[in-house]
Design a protein around this ligand. Structure first.
Ligand SMILES: [Zn+2]
Length: 193
């Protein structure tokens, strides 16, 4: 039976987490968010990490209150070790940026961060802005009427928040080619990626 090996991330991996936190998630630094990272290696055919039934590069989960009493982390990120080793530095940063973007501190009605009984901030994991799924066969049968084709077209047409250009303009020369979304880091949403 296939098994998995779990390794606590070393300082090289954690330095990437710190880089992403300080450059893109200062509000989480201010909360002194405690991030644990585990590298997962599969020794069989099963993917090291699955989310929503599909293979994922990484996933994040909140550490529940009862476990937080025994482990000093607010969130745990699991990363597929073989994927990690094949990523460029920017891809590694983007991977952690993705996972950390799921993390949203809860606020009370007064706008203040809501704290749990142990004094740690209450967190929610927001869902991805998009999750693309579909079947090649269905697009072949139905073309633009296939909902998965419409979903891909709609994501590709996403505007940038500054309105300057399309979010995915850098893909245009290759837009007709199939892209492998190895991302989900589609998340381990609470169980999520
Ligand atoms: Zn995600």
């Amino acid at each position: 039976m296939a098994g998995k090996t779990y390794t606590k991330a070393d300082d090289g991996v954690m330095s990437v987490v710190r880089y992403v936190l300080t450059h893109h998630h200062q509000h989480l630094v201010d909360l002194e968010l405690r991030v644990g990272v585990i590298l997962v290696e599969s020794d069989g055919d099963e993917p090291a990490i699955k989310c929503h039934g599909s293979a994922a590069a990484a996933k994040i989960a909140r550490v529940p209150l009862k476990r937080r009493l025994f482990m000093p982390f607010d969130v745990l990120i699991e990363v597929d070790q073989s994927v990690w080793g094949a990523l460029s530095k920017d891809q590694q940063r983007a991977l952690f940026d993705h996972e950390l973007t799921h993390v949203v501190p809860k606020r009370n009605r007064g706008g203040l961060i809501d704290l749990d009984v142990d004094g740690r901030p209450k967190l929610v994991l927001k869902p991805d802005d998009w999750v693309l799924t579909g079947f090649r066969d269905v697009v072949e049968h139905w073309g633009s009427a296939a909902l998965e084709a419409q979903a891909i077209a709609s994501v590709l047409a996403s505007p940038r928040s500054d309105g300057a250009q399309g979010l995915f303009d850098f893909l245009v020369p290759r837009a007709a080619q199939p892209q492998t979304a190895r991302g989900c880091t589609r998340g381990a949403h609470a169980g999520v990626a």
